[in-house]
Design a protein around this ligand. Sequence first.
Ligand code: C5P
Length: 220
Amino acid sequence: AYPFVVAVDGPAGSGKSSVSKEAARRLGWGFLDTGAAYRALAWHAAASRVDTEDAASVVASLGSFDYRIGTDPYGYAVHVGGVDVTDAIREPSVTAIVSAVARVPEVRAHLIEVFRAIIAAEKREGIVVEGRDITTVVAPDAPVRILLTASEETRMARRSKELVGHSAEATGAQLQARDRADSKVVDFMNAAEGVTTVDSTDLDFDQTVQAVLDVIRDAQ
Ligand code: C5P
């Protein structure tokens, strides 16, 4: 049967990855981090010495993009060409080029189809899918659609805690620049019609997970 789909979008540092993963764990459902796929392609392009500012070269690199993205919220791993890049795709060098890769229309068209196929193949009862355009483009018909937000100050504070060794100012500036670039491609700052906003500014991690689970339970 087709799984119960929970679509979660939000800006960088909103906590959507960790919150979505934990919600999936508690439900015993699958989890798909779509940003990881864009990051994996950015990693692959950089490793193949592709100029990521050149859209045609990025599109060409799709031809040799051999990757695997799991939906297990526990044993989660991303592989490119058989190499485990789960940690490497979080490096600042990848974060710096991922928006350029993600804005290429052919890249988006390709990955959107990949995501839909991964969702359709999910064997668990449901799957939590998170990204920027899940509620609007990848799975607009999902029974649960959530926009996870937090004030910019909160998001910057959370992100700089994650990136130990990087200055708060540099982290904040990068986060703003990435959100600005990504916002030109898809709107994930405003909830589309029918999308439930969960604002985590005044919630801790566990309360945010609970708020997401409440929205899911109400829809079931
Ligand atoms: O969520 P994360 O920060 O890992 O996403 C990395 C990048 O992937 C984003 O900055 C954005 O450019 C791209 N992305 C996207 N659409 C998605 C998910 C991520 O364009 N659904």
